[in-house]
Design a protein around this ligand. Structure first.
Ligand code: ADP
Ligand code: MG
Ligand code: MG
Length: 478
């Protein structure tokens, strides 16, 4: 395995840094700086690695291959009322956020679903696992989680791959060590835009617009803008940006058709790049906005049902014996999906839950404890697991799941954050995007949507780029 990051001199690193910064700034590989989040004038380079990171080709292909299976699985689970009911009713007693989402699901279902179609833009995340004695190329993917709402970095990850191919071509510092065919490009900008376009066409109004539901003061707005620009350029469809509060303030439903209007603008697709965190609902107004969209004829990306399927609890239940078979008939597909699971444990009142609890109190070093939250920074590690478990009632424990820690091989890279270089021992997490459209009766499309590699210092537990832990990287297949 080539260690690109250690094969260049410090002088060469500075040249790479300048080239990378100019490339990033001139190609929109940027984010808003923290202090001027609301301003439109300043940007800084998006946090990126200077070098692509080696990733086993077989593991990469496995992750790509099973994405359509996961897309279908999310949809099939979302249609299984009884399965969702069992999980969400018990979570609802201990998790107010899940309760609100599940209540929304129940209410809209009771009123009658206005729009039978649903659009999924998912991302399944993996860390590779090496068994003792295995060669790097034989490492296996282990799923960290399945994201079904507001998956980000589709655009900036494509650009980071382009950046690495550019640096390789122009500096020549690592040319002889790097085969360009080993740097697969990611088509996630086009894929996500084309998914939105498919849903828009299915909706069937030429004058309607796609609405991206955004967070106020979003720092990662440029990752989102690329999708907007691509949708207009390649599909002739206009996308407007609205916050949940603006949806509540300016939205209304046509009393007959339930078509969603923002002002006098009809909305074909409500695409969420918000609405996944408790902080996205600071007041009741944001919940009103969510309810209005969910009730409407607009195609939701995702529906609240897809969002619920993306909870860690669903992931844990699916890993239990026999559960996957409820949804997937083909044994080869079951085996392929199951091979990507690592150990997942409930913290409920079942004998498995009690055993997991007792085991974690004794040794929590190889575990991560997860609540039903998204966006990074919510998990609990190591000794904190034991401290936290002791503060929870048996009922409250059920708001969490336990998962085996996946420990990937460590590599070296140089990270570029806000213009500053940092040499680091790093680990990476692969994300594979999936695009899925179902019209209520049949699958309209079920596709791969490109990939993302995020890389972080080995000492950091969490991996969020937006949360400040990780950088965007690209894949060097080995
Ligand atoms: P979120 O929905 O907040 O992104 P994740 O389950 O992805 O939650 O956890 C956040 C981060 O924590 C991951 O990106 C990864 O860096 C780390 N992490 C989560 N689960 C594991 C695991 N089983 N093994 C190792 N690291 C993990
Ligand atoms: Mg997530
Ligand atoms: Mg994650």
């Amino acid at each position: 395995m080539s260690d690109l990051a250690t094969s260049v001199t410090d002088d060469q690193l500075l040249i790479l840094k300048d080239a990378a910064l100019d490339y990033a700034l001139s190609h929109g590989l940027v984010v808003r700086p923290p202090a001027t989040a609301a301003s439109h004038t300043g940007v800084v380079n998006a946090p990126v690695s200077l070098f692509p990171t080696p990733f086993p080709a077989k593991a990469f292909q496995d992750a790509v291959k099973i994405q359509p299976l996961f897309n279908q699985l999310v949809h099939d689970i979302s249609e299984d009322d009884a399965f969702l009911k069992e999980i969400m009713e018990s979570l609802s007693t201990v998790d107010d956020f899940v309760k609100r989402l599940y209540d929304l699901y129940l209410l809209v279902k009771k009123e009658g679903i206005a729009q039978p179609a649903s659009l999924g833009v998912h991302r399944s995340d993996y860390i590779i696992h090496l068994s003792p004695g295995q060669d790097f190329s034989e490492a296996a993917i282990k799923q960290v989680e399945m994201n079904t709402i507001s998956v980000s970095f589709g655009s900036l990850s494509s650009l980071t791959g382009d950046l690495h191919r550019y640096l390789q071509a122009t500096t020549g510092y690592f040319t002889d060590k790097l085969d360009v065919s080993a740097l697969p490009s990611s088509e996630s900008i086009e894929s996500i835009a084309s998914g939105l376009a498919s849903a828009h066409q299915h909706y069937g109004s030429k004058t309607a617009k796609v609405m991206m539901v955004v967070q106020p003061g979003e720092r990662n707005a440029f990752d989102q803008r690329y999708i907007e620009y691509n949708l207009l350029k390649n599909h002739g469809i206009v996308l407007i940006r609205k916050t949940l509060a603006e949806v509540a303030d300016h939205g209304r439903l046509d009393p007959q058709t339930k078509a969603l209007y923002i002002g006098d603008q009809e909305i074909s697709v409500a695409y969420y790049r918000s609405a996944y965190a408790t902080t996205d609902y600071p007041t009741e107004k944001e919940w009103e906005g969510r309810l209005l969209a969910e009730r409407s004829l607009a195609i939701k990306c995702p529906t609240v049902a897809y969002q619920l399927v993306g909870t860690k609890k669903v992931q844990q239940v699916l890993a239990a014996p026999g559960q996957l078979e409820r949804f997937v008939q083909d044994p080869v597909s079951v085996a392929a999906l199951r091979a990507s699971f690592t150990g997942l444990y409930p913290l409920d009142h079942t004998s498995e839950g009690l055993a997991a609890y007792e085991a974690a109190l004794k040794n929590s070093d190889e575990l991560v404890m997860k609540p039903q939250r998204e966006g990074g920074g919510n998990n609990i590690y190591g000794k904190d697991i034991q401290t936290t478990l002791k503060t929870l009632t048996p009922e409250q424990r059920n708001a969490y799941i336990l998962m085996d820690i996946i420990r990937p091989p460590v590599t070296k890279n140089v990270l570029l954050r806000q213009g500053e270089l940092q040499k680091a021992d790093v680990v990476s997490e692969l994300g594979v995007y999936g695009i899925y459209l179902h019209d209520g009766k049949r699958v309209v499309r079920n596709d791969n949507g490109g990939h993302l590699l995020r890389t972080k210092g080995v000492e950091s537990n969490e991996g969020g780029v937006a949360a400040g832990f990780a950088v965007i990287d690209s894949v060097l297949l080995v």
